[in-house]
Design a protein around this ligand. Structure first.
Ligand code: ADP
Ligand code: 5GP
Length: 193
């Protein structure tokens, strides 16, 4: 096997995207996956309720709190975290299997999860997406129309906390103009593939 920059010891590359909620991570991840059809997306498991536009198995695997906690006991998660009062986790089996078959994988996880993955896979390529400002972030969350004002306040508070940790990441992108941000992200990914 030829080892290239950023490749994990097990094979493929692990790309991690984090961003405060509403910064455009889902939009950007979709654009990357359209461009790189052979890249795997790690569909996370969560106890959060699905939004109207979300599909079980595609956006998330929606599971009960009981099943999630059983997964913690049995070591099912490569990483897991509690965010905004819900559990979120990455399937360990999916990551191990994908990487060992030489595939590149995209993870969309928060800062707590990134820290855990970096312990296991220090070569992961980490990318933080910043909104142009907190004011614009609030506007995007309001425009998305999926969260109540209280939930938006909670997400903005956590956003400040997450943005303060952006230096843990190898790359930082500001998602101001969407097509420019997609280009920036693709340029980073191209460097490693
Ligand atoms: P996240 O996955 O980070 O929570 P989304 O991808 O759902 O964020 O984006 C939040 C909202 O902002 C969506 O309605 C999306 O269409 C919009 N959005 C994303 N990027 C931009 C951008 N560069 N300019 C304006 N609106 C954007
Ligand atoms: P949302 O509820 O808006 O889809 O996601 C909320 C937050 O949870 C985002 O910051 C997102 O990146 C994070 N997240 C989604 N899946 C996972 C996961 O599997 N693990 C961790 N640690 N965070 C996740």
């Amino acid at each position: 096997m030829m080892i290239s920059k950023g490749m994990t010891r097990s094979g493929g590359h692990l790309f991690i995207i984090s961003a405060p909620s509403g910064a455009g991570k889902t939009t950007l991840a979709k654009a990357v996956l359209e461009r790189h059809g052979d890249m795997l997306y790690s569909v996370s498991y969560t106890t959060r309720k699905p939004r109207a536009s979300e599909q079980d198995g595609a956006d998330y695997h929606f599971i009960s709190k009981q099943n999630f906690e059983a997964g913690i006991e049995t070591g099912q998660w490569a990483e897991w975290a509690e965010v905004y009062g819900n559990y979120y986790g990455t399937s360990d089996r999916f990551i191990v299997h994908g990487l060992s078959s030489g595939r590149d994988i995209l993870l969309d996880i928060d800062v707590q999860g990134t820290i855990q993955i970096l312990k296991k896979y220090p070569d992961s390529i980490t990318i933080f997406i910043l909104p142009p400002s907190i004011k614009i972030l609030r506007k995007r969350l309001e425009m998305r129309g999926t969260d109540s004002p209280q939930v938006i306040d909670r997400r903005l508070e956590y956003a400040r906390h997450e943005m303060a940790q952006k230096n843990l990441y190898r790359h930082v992108i500001v998602n101001d103009n969407l097509s420019k941000a997609i280009e920036d992200l693709n340029d980073i990914i191209k460097k490693y593939r």
